[in-house]
Design a protein around this ligand. Structure first.
Ligand code: SF4
Length: 619
């Protein structure tokens, strides 16, 4: 691919083979960038093109890809993000995970748009990318260290406190299938077990430092968008004041909050663990990602009964629910400690909390006994057990080894009907939002190529009354609200457009908490790249990326039968607002089929039609 100058891109992909130590650079052209955009688009393209079906996710044939978008590291608030992907060891599907912090922006300044890691190093190594130069370095002395120690040691060794580090802790090294990759100490590429892939390659970290951002085609136009955001900060005032999860008490009342492995609805002590409680008790500040004025990251400090290191940030909503209400735990300090441990060990808090909650229900039902749990009384609400299990999972010790392969494998080992309440789709534990309240989100859990992902998804409660979320859809023909509990064709069409927007954001390298409209995102892409682009082109790119991800999974043997929710969502909660409101399986199946139709995939099998592939130029 011949290189051309365009804004927003370095035009270079770094390829590193850890088996033979080779490092090479490839260039990208305008057409490639325009077809796949960057971030999630680049990750999906290279995984689809380069991985043979059936490879072992934790073997040397898997590839681990880090990609920035054309906006990553730009003036636009919320543009500190990058995407990481591989074949998931947790699900066997394509995995991609978005992450904030500062690593992505630094990586862009170091001269590349993506790095493809191949093979497996003989001994632990880390990769240094510094102003266009890459080198593989010994990391034997770092193996076994937590993320904070690792970052510090790399910074000390290189004599540069501004080095940004993406890394794994012992969770990734021990191939825990819920292991994540940490950008710094509190931004996680959490989903799909990417930390285990990194560990399987003996790659401890990727350290980046750079001084040259790619040119921007129209800085003035981008500045206008930045000024619009600064003038409209009231649209993100909750996130700025409380971080994620500000409405957590309301979510308990309306049924959105998972409680005791998604079984129950009521959790009155939510007020002890919600972001207001955090602000009133253990919060000592707020931090943000690169260039973002929202600063939604909670920083907490606890001194007793155990110390919680403020360098590891504080719990996001997903963590408060996963380690808190879904485990029946209302001890905020314990949740903050659990969050610190997960970040130090590089464990995804959602999947880790989910497997603990699932094990707690198995214990309650007698499917696991204290003989299986090394004597731990694994009951809902037992905060000490939750903390102990995080340590054991990270080290794969004792009962931790049983839980370290995720909910699906644990359910298979236990048998006796445990699958019925294993809350996952395609092996990925569900994000902490309730499909029985939000059937459109449930459809997203079913059909997202990565499994039960709450991010690349819609939240039905934002679309049942006119507001900014619906206003931005008017140019796309959605002119009226859609009832929250609707899962007919109007909701499916709405879901598809929202899902496509998420793919656009993930490919541009922009955070989905920022209230940019479809039109503003297209404008931002035009401002950075210089392309005369618009909404329609962006939607088409997103359709191309989603269809490639679908093909990847089909080649791995996944079918429409795998696009299914766990049985519990078709049962009522035991109490609370959703006590008589299970999902209707027939309606969800119909919605799935209509979604396939809208994507121009076969309505029954979900296989993209040959015409669709030709139209999207997927070959
Ligand atoms: S809104 Fe929060 S997560 Fe998103 S870029 Fe800003 S600080 Fe980061």
């Amino acid at each position: 691919m011949a290189n051309q100058t365009r804004g927003g891109y370095n035009g270079k992909i770094l390829r590193v083979n850890l088996s033979d130590g080779s490092i090479s650079t490839e260039t990208t052209d305008d057409l490639f960038c325009r077809k796949f955009l960057g971030g999630a688009g680049f990750v999906t393209y290279f995984l689809w093109k380069e991985l043979n079906p059936g490879i072992e996710p934790l073997g040397p044939d898997n590839k681990l890809i880090f990609a920035a978008g054309p906006l990553t590291g730009s003036l636009l608030p919320g543009s500190g993000r990058n995407c990481i992907g591989a074949k998931s060891p947790l699900s066997g599907t394509i995995a991609k995970s978005e992450v904030g912090g500062f690593w992505g922006a630094e990586f862009k300044r170091a001269g590349y748009d993506a790095v493809i890691i191949e093979g497996k190093a003989e001994k632990p190594v880390y990769l240094l990318i510094h102003d266009g130069e890459a080198s593989i370095r010994n990391a034997s002395h770092l193996w076994g260290r937590n993320t904070k120690e690792t970052r510090q040691a790399i910074r000390d060794e290189l004599g540069d406190r501004s080095i940004r580090v993406a890394m794994i802790g012992p969770g990734g090294e021990n191939l825990v299938l819920q292991a994540c990759i940490m950008n710094g100490l509190y931004d996680a590429a959490g989903r799909g077990g990417l930390g285990a892939v990194m560990g399987s390659k003996n790659l401890k970290a990727i350290a980046v430092r750079g001084h040259k951002a790619p040119q921007i085609a129209s800085p003035e136009r981008l500045k206008e968008l930045r000024e619009w955001l600064l003038a409209n900060m009231h649209l993100v005032s909750d996130e700025a004041e409380y971080g994620t999860g500000a409405p957590m008490k309301f979510w308990e009342a309306n049924g959105n909050l998972p409680v005791r492995n998604w079984r129950d609805g009521l959790f009155p002590s939510v007020k002890m663990i919600d972001p207001q409680a955090i602000k009133d008790t253990i919060r000592i500040g707020m931090e943000g990602c690169f260039g973002c004025p929202v600063r939604c990251k909670k920083i907490v400090r606890v001194e007793e009964p155990y110390a919680v290191d403020s360098d590891y940030g504080g719990p996001e909503y997903e963590t408060l629910a996963a380690l808190g209400s879904n485990c029946g735990i209302d001890n905020l300090k314990a949740i903050a400690k659990g969050n610190e441990l997960c970040n130090a060990y590089s464990l995804d808090t959602i999947s880790t909390g989910s497997v603990i909650a699932f094990a707690m229900e198995c214990f309650e039902k007698g499917l696991l006994t204290s003989k299986d749990t090394d004597g731990i009384e694994l009951r809902f609400g037992n905060d000490e057990a939750m903390l102990k299990l995080i340590e054991l999972i990270a080290k794969r010790e004792g009962v931790g080894g049983l839980l370290a392969d995720g909910v699906v494998r644990l359910a298979q080992r236990i048998g006796r009907g445990a699958e019925e309440f294993a809350m996952q789709v395609k092996g990925l534990e569900a994000g902490m939002h309730e499909p029985r309240l939000k059937p459109g989100l449930g459809l997203g859990f079913m059909v997202n190529p990565h499994g039960a992902d709450h991010n690349c998804n819609m939240h039905d409660t934002l679309y049942y009354a006119m507001g900014p979320k619906l206003e931005e859809l008017k140019p796309l023909g959605i002119l009226e609200p859609v009832p929250r509990d609707d899962i007919g064709p109007r909701k499916v069409a709405l879901f598809r457009l929202v899902q496509l927007k998420e793919i656009i954001l993930d490919s541009m390298g922009v955070c989905n908490f920022l209230p940019y409209s479809y039109e503003q995102l297209a404008n931002a892409t035009a401002a950075v790249t210089g392309w005369d682009t618009g909404i329609m082109e962006q939607l088409r790119v997103a359709e191309r990326i989603l269809t490639m991800a679908r093909l990847f999974n089909i080649h791995e043997g996944f079918t429409a039968a795998d696009d299914k929710l766990p049985r519990r969502y078709f049962q009522p909660k035991t109490d609370g607002a959703l006590a008589d409101k299970p999902l209707d399986p027939a309606k969800m199946e119909k919605a799935k089929s209509y979604y396939y139709t809208l994507m121009s995939w076969d309505a029954h099998t979900g296989v993209p039609t040959p015409e669709r592939l030709e139209e999207l130029d997927i070959v």
